[in-house]
Design a protein around this ligand. Sequence first.
Ligand code: GDP
Length: 217
Amino acid sequence: MNMFSQAEFIASVGKLSELPPEGMPELVFAGRSNVGKSSAINALAGRRRLAFFSKTPGRTQTINFYDLGGQARLVDLPGYGYARVPQSVRAQWDALVGGYLTNRDSLAGVVVIMDARHPFMPHDLGMLRWVAPLGLPLLVLLSKADKLSRVERKAALAAAQQRLALTGAYGDVLLFSSPSGEGVDQVRAMLERWLHARLAAGATPAAGNKRPPVKGK
Ligand code: GDP
């Protein structure tokens, strides 16, 4: 059974002091608001409303943690790039997400979701600037691929691979569509590979291991 289908909500965290204790490897999902992040998480889990908790009022600025079969966690970061948020909310987002990403030994990899039609927007590049120095496996998912023709999809994938290389971040790029299911199996397989690599390297702080310098997959 795939561990994503066993996803269970654990916690919704608005302050660094409330983060759940480290222990299991964590797969982080990031993306602009409305890019399709909740839909992608639901598609991976094979559920309709799992990740829509993050949409409830007052929860849009929280980091949401899901347990994956007691072996790993999926971590849904608050969406970024709202056009009209006050500076104070932006600063809060930076402190929460930046604090989480830069001080978490359990990180096993990062998935940055971008709209296949408009990838690498300024906030996406900002996210990649945070992620690149972590040296973690990285996957850029091009969401809403169903809105592109076959020819456009191929071009979008090639362009995004080139664009990612220019950012200095090393990672894979896949096309994804929640309604059609395109990319779902590939993403699950890739994330499971990351987790197995991480578990094999000794993931838990309890085991006395610090994060090894994982590069690529
Ligand atoms: P989030 O804010 O990033 O969590 O985005 P949501 O998952 O809530 O999706 C935002 C909107 O885009 C919703 O109306 C979804 O139905 C739609 N959407 C999400 N993923 C896809 C996709 O792969 N294809 C299409 N056509 N629409 C999508």
